[in-house]
Design a protein around this ligand. Structure first.
Ligand code: 5GP
Length: 199
């Protein structure tokens, strides 16, 4: 149990190439720690089959996105694979001030920008053992066209180059191993927070 006065919340940022299994690992993380808060991004990307407004994303128009950028509503925003995505500043600040721990799932450019503003953020890079595995997983997912898959894989090369800057890297080869690595890591940060940083 945490002390009566809650310390500031922790900010975990999950990032990595398309096909690495971020979504699956995030689901496992929230099943284990249902009190974590997920930051629902705003995006101009069209809704995919099975996605829900306000659950997966806030799906907004390009004009709405521009207006939010102009009013400084985003902690960070980026163009990723040809669509725009942004994290609302107020959502993150309020959550952390309340003492709740939050998870962002954003691209590597977004990670760089959040880290500049919130240096204590914990970045976790999730990747697959090889580009071939990424490709296979994207094919199996079947949510992208061939062109979109090629673009996502080309972007994966740049994303991999940035992984060295992350606090943690998890190679999702075997899901069981990768998920227990992720759960152990989050558990250990959270228990350190509750003990006031003592090991
Ligand atoms: P997808 O379209 O597959 O849901 O997401 C595409 C990419 O956009 C993923 O790498 C995802 O992590 C990233 N992304 C989602 N939300 C945000 C956000 O708010 N900011 C940034 N910078 N990237 C995001």
């Amino acid at each position: 149990m945490c002390p009566a006065v809650k310390p500031k919340g922790l900010l975990f940022i999950i990032s990595g190439p398309a096909g690495a299994g971020k979504g699956t690992l995030r689901k496992i993380l929230f099943d284990e720690f249902p009190d974590l808060v997920y930051s629902i991004s705003s995006t101009t990307r069209p809704l995919r089959n099975g996605e829900e407004e306000g659950v997966d994303y806030h799906f907004i128009s390009m004009d709405e996105f521009r207006a939010l950028v102009a009013e400084g509503a985003f902690l960070e925003w980026a163009e990723v694979h040809g669509n725009f995505y942004g994290t609302k500043r107020e959502d993150v600040e309020k959550c952390l001030e309340r003492g709740d721990d939050m998870v962002l799932e954003i691209d590597v450019k977004g990670c760089v920008n959040v880290k500049k503003k919130i240096p204590e953020a914990i970045r976790i890079f999730i990747t697959a053992p090889s580009p071939e595995v990424l490709y296979k997983r994207l094919e199996l997912r079947g949510t992208e066209t061939k062109e979109q898959m090629t673009l996502r894989l080309r972007n994966a090369e740049d994303e991999l180059l940035c992984s060295a800057e992350f606090e943690h890297v998890i190679v999702n080869d075997c899901l069981k191993t990768a998920s227990s690595e992720l759960l152990d890591l989050v558990r250990s940060y959270r228990s350190r927070k509750c003990s006031g940083g003592k090991k």
